[in-house]
Design a protein around this ligand. Sequence first.
Ligand code: SF4
Length: 196
Amino acid sequence: MTTTSIEWVRGDDGMRGNSWNPIVNCSVKSPGCTNCYAMPIAARLARIGATRAKYEGTTRRVNGNDVWTGHLNLDEKVLLAPLRWRKPRRVFVNSMGDLFHEGVATSWLDRTFEVMRDCPRHTFMVLTKRPDVARGYLLGKPVVRNVWLGVSTENQQTAEERIPVLFATRPRCGGSAPSRCSRRSISGSICSSIGS
Ligand code: SF4
């Protein structure tokens, strides 16, 4: 179990939330990815015995930096972990990648959402830079009330591109979002409940 000190993943009672990475890896999407914290972490985890199999091949060195290769991995064991967490908590989904990366198989998304649906006691927070992919996947699917979908935006342009797609996916903002819900947000993250 991986707890995280990220403030917006804390529960209302102050309890630390968890990060949960059933699927890892990504690729650069937009200029904000220059500061991606996950790439060097993935490279480090690929050198550690316990996490090598999961992260091996996910990054390569380019001009002295660790860069995603786009090679995605599904961790079957981690996928089922939330089912064993008895105490309700907030969960940051795929902190080591983007759940809605174009390369993620639909069957992997189905299984990830199945686990989230089967854990109504937890609140799952999914942040993406690819709301168009999320919208395509979620349209017509049953509501999952305990999943919050958010977009991360690094400038006005990406905010104007991504936030309307998020709102079109599910029109309501819900809960205590990682940041404020505002169409004027110029950077950061906003969140919308997938539940209606
Ligand atoms: S979308 Fe997120 S995880 Fe993927 S490269 Fe960009 S910042 Fe990193």
